[in-house]
Design a protein around this ligand. Sequence first.
Ligand code: ZN
Length: 348
Amino acid sequence: MPAIFCCLADLRKVCYNDPIMKNYIIFDLEWNQSPGGKENSVDRLPFEIIEIGAVKLDGRFCMVSEFHRLITPTVYSQLHYKISEVTHMDMEVLRQEGDSFVHVIRDFLEWCGGDFWFCTWGSMDLTELQRNMEYYHVDFPFERPLYYYDVQKLYALARGDVREKVSLDKAVEELALEQDRPFHRALDDAFYTGKVLQCMDHQLWEPYISVDYYRVPEKAEEEIYLKFPTYSKFVSRAFPTKEEAMEDKIVTDIVCPRCKRMLRKKVRWFSLNQRQYFSLGICPQHGPVRGKIRMKKGERGGFYVVKTMKTVDEEGVRSLFEKREEQRNKRHVRNDIKKVKEMFGRPV
Ligand SMILES: [Zn+2]
């Protein structure tokens, strides 16, 4: 088992010495979508929450409380077949036992209390929670930026490859946790997510906080800088176009994640698909630093940037040069096609 996992007994020993301890609210949502597909989907609410389940862990990672409520839908009056298949939920039960979203969210936030970290499996639940709140005009009581723990990401980090996201079922199986509850219902999934979190070494995962992207910074002063043990991250405000984002100096700066030096670029920013951009800077003290930009569509229009900067080894530099080579070849092909078009004055 990788080193980041530890036994719960060790974890508690560590926590008892720490006087400032927030609670952890681990929640999971089930939602419905238009049974008639995209055409009949409501733009502002593609996923309507029908169930909220959550467990509360105290600062010593003991489960101290549970929350579970059903919500009577008002937007989609039938369950999408996939939703009923996966969750085994029934519209009749939701109508009889559910409450309105506004009531449930009010009770949920009250149950959460004052000082806590949200934890979820993946990043979607926090987005959809906020989208539903916005749809029903419920105020956001959360601080901005909203930091949380993505337990799926923490688990991937613990397994040694952050890009390989595994399902909750698989994580529970890999950790040999008791499977005495079903999966794919909100409270059970929140419970299992809490169990997975309990199995990991708090001191190792604690720095790897995630930041919510539902509400990105509105102005330059609100832009977010995060430093992790092995890389740094920057989240920009939204720009009207991708080009304008890539013209911004702060967006395109490369800073060494270890000594914060502003670096000279060895490779200027380039992109293969206009979604990801790469660049390479050289730190005189720490060697090559790879910059990577993910261009993302803002919820309220425009584009914002998530930039990571990471020191890389020889293999990392080689892979970046290969990508640039690929981009140059693509560009040559594009230019050739353009020339042929011009020659014939018609599409080729
Ligand atoms: Zn450096």
